[in-house]
Design a protein around this ligand. Structure first.
Ligand SMILES: NC(=O)c1ccc[n+]([C@@H]2O[C@H](COP(=O)([O-])OP(=O)(O)OC[C@H]3O[C@@H](n4cnc5c(N)ncnc54)[C@H](OP(=O)(O)O)[C@@H]3O)[C@@H](O)[C@H]2O)c1
Length: 278
């Protein structure tokens, strides 16, 4: 479901349409997040594994923005899967971010590290997320990089269903099976690497559409995600690119163009597959 400003989860929590990705923002992290907040981003995506929660926490504190105006996501890393270790990871995240709740908390990848059977660790981790949700420490819970079979395992054990799945998603790699599965089960899909980490920005079809609409190829990628009800999380370091990535609400790709983008040859995949990345 969609409101004027974001995607609505079934529990009524709203995810602002565009999130700001923070992977590889550690050096100068505080400065970059400060600029992102100044540019107008209110939805920040981080993870325990990014090592930047303290920098983000400092930028938030300095901004003096009311906590309720921000949407903060973090994730538990694959060597912390399990009930107690997930609760510890969550405590460390909110301490470093200097907040007393998260808006969204995700299991980062389905396989534990070192690689081992994933079904039980995932189910135990999910129980910890459910507890945090029941206690009001997080407003929504979900997963990242979960394929349908990983989700079916959670469904078999869950009292509260996952609400979000964050996946690699960009023109050239749209994970159609997993996205369709999620959308039919009421999970909001988020796009990581919505710009294919720049690998796809010179694709001829993106250049053609960029020229037609007077937009950059990055803006075409972000608009493409939104029109497929997928919430993009672009990362940018410069204020100019941060603002450019927000300027995607004044044009609309046609159905024909969406289908051309959805069926373009596969390209720009990161190479990380959830069943082998541990
Ligand atoms: N859940 C997961 O497993 C997972 C995995 C990967 C990422 N993520 C999340 O998704 C976020 C985004 O993914 P990502 O960082 O991998 O890649 P991305 O957002 O697709 O691409 C970021 C790259 O694109 C450049 N860029 C940004 N805006 C641009 C523009 N308008 N024109 C040209 N280049 C532009 C950035 O450059 P500058 O930085 O130099 O501006 C950076 O090099 C991450 O930061 C993280 O929060 C999650």
């Amino acid at each position: 479901m969609i409101s004027e400003t974001g995607f609505l989860l079934e529990n009524g929590v709203e995810l602002p349409f565009l999130g700001f990705g923070t992977y590889q923002i550690k050096e100068k992290g505080e400065e970059i997040i400060t600029r992102a907040l100044e540019a107008g981003y209110r939805h920040l995506d981080t993870a325990r594994a990014y090592g930047n929660e303290q920098e983000i926490g400092r930028a938030i504190r300095q901004s003096a923005l009311p906590r309720r105006e921000l949407f903060l996501t973090s994730k538990v890393w694959k060597d912390d899967l399990g009930y107690d270790s997930t609760l510890r990871s969550f405590e460390a995240s909110i301490k470093d971010l200097d907040v007393n709740y998260l808006d969204l908390f995700l299991i980062h990848w389905p396989l534990p590290h070192p690689k081992a059977d994933w079904k039980r660790p995932d189910a135990e981790t999910w129980k910890a997320l459910e507890r945090l949700y029941d206690e009001g420490a997080v407003r929504a819970i979900g997963v990242s990089n979960f394929l349908p079979h990983h989700l079916l395992n959670l469904f078999a054990h869950a009292d509260t269903k996952p609400m979000v799945n964050q996946l690699e998603y960009h023109p050239g790699y749209i994970q159609q099976t997993t996205v369709a599965f999620c959308q039919s089960h009421g999970l909001q899909v988020e796009a990581w690497s919505p710009l294919g980490r720049r690998r796809i920005l010179q694709e001829p079809l993106l250049l053609e559409l960029g020229e037609k609409y007077g937009k950059s190829t990055a803006q075409i990628c972000l608009r493409f995600a939104l029109q497929n009800n997928v919430l993009p999380l672009p990362k940018a370091s410069s204020s100019a690119r941060m603002k450019e990535n927000m300027d995607i609400f004044d044009f609309e790709l046609s159905m024909e163009e969406m289908y051309r983008l959805m069926t373009m040859p596969e390209t720009g995949w990161s190479g990380y597959h959830p069943d082998s990345f541990a």
